[in-house]
Design a protein around this ligand. Structure first.
Ligand code: SF4
Length: 359
């Protein structure tokens, strides 16, 4: 091991090359970085005695790093984050951070968005395999053909898409600002909306505008059970049903309130009701309980035997992975420059329209 040329040192550990194989030495053992492609994270043991909260805080200070976490992350991760938010809030924070390193505790397209907005900064994520079924439902090659088949259309894409799809789009939107963004275009301007058909239909209803919809959806929001939610409502007649617009239309039809993740949090905090059936990923309930501890939040059940509905991609992230991610700065997000430039234009248009609308 001593014959490896040392490139970078992390205390006792080191990053080395040997016969063009990149390795890091962790706790005296060589770890092949190429394995990251398969695992998505550094698969090394973390001392169970380590105070992860203290270590993460120390590394953040030493490296001038910031942790941005989505509301769907597990409670411990939300509690160590510098900023917790939904897609719009996280994009806004990513744009204005002064940190040298952004640790993105969310899914891949979100970390990509942070990199697009901060090409000069290092963006890392705890598990690069934390993907998104919705983003995956829109492959760039097929989407390019779809756009070519609809000339003259403005392409609005929901932020839950890959960097390549953002680069093919004119404007990005989130569930917080989608209605305002569609309304900002002239009434006779034809629009393609991608990739979420459920959000697209909801926006059509809210704006009265017909759009060409890409046939994509989120595996988490699509499997809520109308029957089981209705039964829950009978058991808790005073509870209000609050739902994310990525849900299917029959579920949205029985909701008392429909909104983005931040919108649901604000509504649940401020509304006079004392109980809520929450029809979105369960991670948001941690913040709801913190901001309104006296209220009851009931997770809406999916169409299977489970009592609540977690996103398996979001839940790949753990405190251990965040610690390793901060310590070794791997895996890192890298995007080719032409894609960054094109994707940034469509995100910037969203941020400008949102700022004008006071969002
Ligand atoms: S909840 Fe749905 S849209 Fe969000 S990351 Fe998971 S799969 Fe993607």
């Amino acid at each position: 091991m001593n014959s490896f040329p040392r490139l970078h040192t992390y205390d006792d550990d080191s990053l080395c090359t040997y016969k063009n194989i990149f390795m890091i030495i962790v706790e005296g053992k060589a770890v092949d970085i190429a394995k990251l492609d398969r695992t998505g994270f550094l698969d090394v043991e973390v001392d169970p005695q380590l105070d992860l909260f203290a270590e993460i805080a120390r590394l953040k200070r030493e490296k001038n790093a910031v942790i941005l976490a989505h509301y769907y992350q597990e409670a411990d991760i939300q509690d160590i984050a510098d900023y917790i938010g939904d897609s719009l809030g996280l994009a806004q924070q990513a744009e204005k951070t002064q940190a040298d390193i952004i640790v993105f505790a969310g899914v891949h397209f979100m970390a990509e968005t942070a990199k697009i907005l901060n090409p000069g900064k290092k963006v890392v994520m705890p598990d690069a395999k934390a993907g998104c079924s919705l983003a995956d439902s829109c492959p760039p090659v097929l989407f390019k053909k779809f756009i070519e088949a609809h000339p003259g259309h403005t392409v609005i894409s929901y932020i839950n898409c890959t960097a390549e799809i953002k680069a093919l789009s004119d404007i990005i939107c989130t569930s917080s600002n989608a209605v305002k963004i569609v309304e900002s275009l002239p009434a006779d301007q034809p629009i393609i909306f991608a990739p979420d058909k459920n959000l697209g239909r909801y926006i059509e209803k809210k704006t009265g505008r017909k759009m060409v919809l890409w046939d994509g959806s989120c595996m988490v929001h699509e499997i809520f059970s109308l029957e089981r939610i209705t039964k829950l409502k009978h058991q808790h007649p005073d509870a209000k049903i609050i739902a994310h617009p990525e849900c299917e239309e029959p579920v949205l039809a029985i909701a008392d309130f429909i909104g983005s993740t931040t919108g649901l949090l604000k509504y649940a905090t401020n509304d006079s009701a004392q109980a809520f059936i929450v029809v979105t990923e369960t991670g948001i309930i941690h913040q709801m309980q913190k901001s309104a501890p006296h209220k009851t939040f009931i997770p809406a059940p999916p169409d299977n035997m489970c009592a609540c509905n977690d996103c398996p991609h979001m839940k790949r992230n753990t405190l251990e992975k965040i610690y390793l991610n901060l310590r070794y700065e791997l895996p890192e997000i890298n995007i080719p420059e032409p894609t960054i430039s094109k994707a940034r234009q469509s995100i910037q248009r969203m941020l400008e329209i949102s700022a004008k609308a006071g969002l």
